[in-house]
Design a protein around this ligand. Structure first.
Ligand SMILES: N[C@@H](CCC(=O)N[C@@H](CS)C(=O)NCC(=O)O)C(=O)O
Length: 205
């Protein structure tokens, strides 16, 4: 059975959610952050050298990186392509792949810079300018892609929504969503899904 090493609070709740959407059987090992440094405990490094979460262990395969985990779980459990387009339509599949990797690859960094600035008591105009400009750029892009659609690739929920919802939820935690009603509504919609609610209950978030 898959074991998910889940660090509270962070992006691995989105992997719990994925396991719930897929109806997979899984076990959770829960870790808590150091309250002073907010870093993961050393014990996570015994699971994977980077000491970060999410990490899954599936019958000896120890896998890190949320998007790689998403891809693996889709290959293993989404045999009927409920959460991702089949590769027979290469263009649809490529579009899906772009949205799968985009949150972690592009949106997370300016949000992380913003988070660090909020924890700092020194003015950092270069970093402040960078993060504000990039957050604006990415949120405009995401809001335009959403348009009137319920989910990032249209009317149907797909696995690309896990990562997008994660960065939007991080933005909400950082107080960056006020100017973005489309993104707030999207977050409420994704987090209202029964599988998300089950994930939060199971992980005691
Ligand atoms: N690129 C990785 C990032 C993993 C990551 O940084 N996870 C955070 C939790 S959101 C973490 O473990 N932080 C604890 C630490 O760095 O000490 C992914 O997508 O899984």
């Amino acid at each position: 059975m898959i074991k998910l090493h889940h660090l509270r609070i962070g992006r691995s709740i989105f992997t719990v959610w994925q396991l719930e959407e897929l109806g997979a059987e899984y076990e959770l090992e829960v870790y808590t952050r150091d309250p002073k440094t907010m870093r993961a405990p050393q014990s996570l490094q015994q699971i994977h050298p980077l000491g970060k979460s999410p990490v899954i262990d599936d019958d000896g395969l120890v896998l890190a990186e949320s998007s790689a985990i998403t891809t693996y779980l889709l290959e293993k459990f989404d045999t009927e392509n409920r959460l991702a387009p089949a590769r027979t339509d290469l263009q649809d599949w490529a579009r899906f792949t772009q949205w799968l990797h985009y949150p972690e690859g592009s949106v997370f960094l300016p949000l992380l810079v913003k988070m660090l600035l909020m924890r700092s008591d020194q003015a950092q105009p270069i970093f402040e300018g960078y993060s504000q400009k990039e957050i604006q750029l990415h949120f405009e892009y995401i809001a335009k892609q959403l348009g009137d659609s319920a989910y990032i690739l249209g009317a149907e929920f797909t696995a690309a929504d896990f990562g997008v919802a994660y960065v939007v939820s991080l933005a909400q935690r950082l107080g960056q969503l006020e100017a973005w009603p489309t993104l707030s509504a999207y977050l409420a919609r994704t987090q209202g899904r029964p599988a998300y609610l089950r994930a939060v209950t199971r992980a005691v978030e």
